[in-house]
Design a protein around this ligand. Structure first.
Ligand SMILES: [Zn+2]
Length: 394
């Protein structure tokens, strides 16, 4: 009978904090901070504007050289409206599985990393291990966006980063990015019998939407393609639209939300520029000929960056060794990895225990098998950092 995973007590502890993104995560952060403090490890907290949430950054081992960053988000998605058979915020162990919100996505990875701190220290690690634990990943990567701004200016930046999202220990080097834009179409009101005196905001919105649909069709048919992505082309759609007052009034306003989910190697700003240019150069002059105030207004949301790590980056081979894998892949879901890679310039891969198919669902769980594999991964990482110096390769 194999023994229980050593990370189990810490997982149970972390699940006990309700860190649904709308709640504060400070109790969980205080627990981790105290845990590290008990080993003499200092933590740096990076708070949100209200001070209700915090990221935690800490370095275990020598602080004067670049090490390996282990990253995870501390927040979880809501359980509202889901049928759970047990309390989602109390870990339940049954049949070699742990049930609870965040067991798969992704408190177990954080717990495994923390469970190895005593070993890192006892064996006097030569390559430092950095912890980067964020808030608000599930609601737009808000915490990590702040954290990378701090990290990119650190005198000693991590040499590589592993984001432990649940990939069943698959090594993920790429995922799509997402850009969201709200488009306000300003028209000009008139009686519906005088359409030529009005600017119909809904109809001009439709013109731009049809143009966007044409672009999306072209991407689907002509590429660019990335066959490593499960949907191997960039997609775009309008998911929400609202406008008009009554059938007998030429509508003054229309608003719609569009979203681009682009391939790792595609620049979403260039795609969006094409849409904006078409709106401003082709459609708007017609609108303004009737009413000078008519036109398009674009409200952009900060994008979720794609992950696009070169397969030849040392981090890829390194994490494959830790995970006991000889292949890498790309996934459909987004993570904070793109921020570490693109904003902080840290080569990053996504690899962690647990099944993404379990994430965000009622009765979310992680198997002991995945936990043991996650711990074997961390053991190989410990063997490396405790015997080798990443900086000079000795
Ligand atoms: Zn996650």
């Amino acid at each position: 009978m194999p023994t229980d995973p050593i990370s189990l007590p810490i997982i149970e502890k972390l699940i006990g904090f309700d860190t649904t993104s709308r709640e504060s995560n400070l109790d969980l952060i205080a627990y981790i901070r105290q845990y590290l403090d008990d080993f003499g490890i200092e933590s740096r907290l990076v708070h949100d504007d209200d001070g209700r949430k915090a990221n935690l950054y800490a370095t275990v081992g020598p602080a004067d050289r670049r090490g390996i960053c282990l990253s995870g988000h501390t927040d979880v998605v809501p359980v509202d409206g889901q049928e759970w058979d047990s309390d989602p915020f109390q870990a339940l162990v049954r049949d070699e599985k742990i049930f609870g919100r965040g067991t798969a996505d992704m408190k177990s990875f954080i717990a495994i990393a923390l469970a190895f701190v005593p070993q890192f220290l006892e064996r006097r690690l030569r390559t430092p291990v950095h912890f980067a634990f964020s808030y608000d990943e599930e609601v737009g990567h808000l915490g990590a966006k702040r954290l990378v701004e701090v990290m990119k200016d650190m005198p000693v930046k991590p040499a590589m980063c592993i984001v432990g999202e649940p990939t069943s220990l698959g090594v993920i080097i790429g995922h799509k990015g997402k850009k969201k834009v709200r488009i306000n179409v300003h028209g000009h009101e008139a009686h519906s019998s005088l359409t030529h005196e009005g600017v119909n905001a809904i109809e001009y919105a439709a013109r731009l939407i049809a143009f966007m649909q044409g672009m999306a069709r072209k991407w689907q048919n002509e590429g660019p393609f990335d066959d490593e992505c499960d949907v191997p082309f960039t997609t775009m759609q309008v998911g929400l639209i609202q406008g008009g007052t009554a059938p007998n009034i030429v509508p003054k306003s229309c608003v719609f939300d569009m979203e681009i989910r682009h391939l790792p190697a595609v620049d979403p700003e260039a795609l969006f520029d094409e849409i904006r240019r078409h709106a401003q150069d082709v459609i708007e002059p017609e609108m303004k000929a009737v009413a000078a105030s008519a036109g398009f207004e674009f409200v952009e949301t900060p994008p979720n960056l794609a992950l696009n790590t070169d397969p030849d980056e040392p981090v890829v081979a390194f994490v494959k060794r830790l995970a006991g894998q000889n292949k890498h892949g790309k996934v459909g879901f987004g993570t904070e990895a793109g921020l570490f890679q693109q904003r902080a310039g840290i080569p990053t891969v996504v690899c962690g225990p647990g099944d993404i198919g379990q994430a965000h669902k009622p009765n979310e769980f992680i198997t002991f098998d995945q936990l043991r594999k996650g711990e074997a991964f961390m053991q190989r990482l410990a063997d490396y950092v405790c015997t080798k110096d990443l900086a000079d390769g000795t």
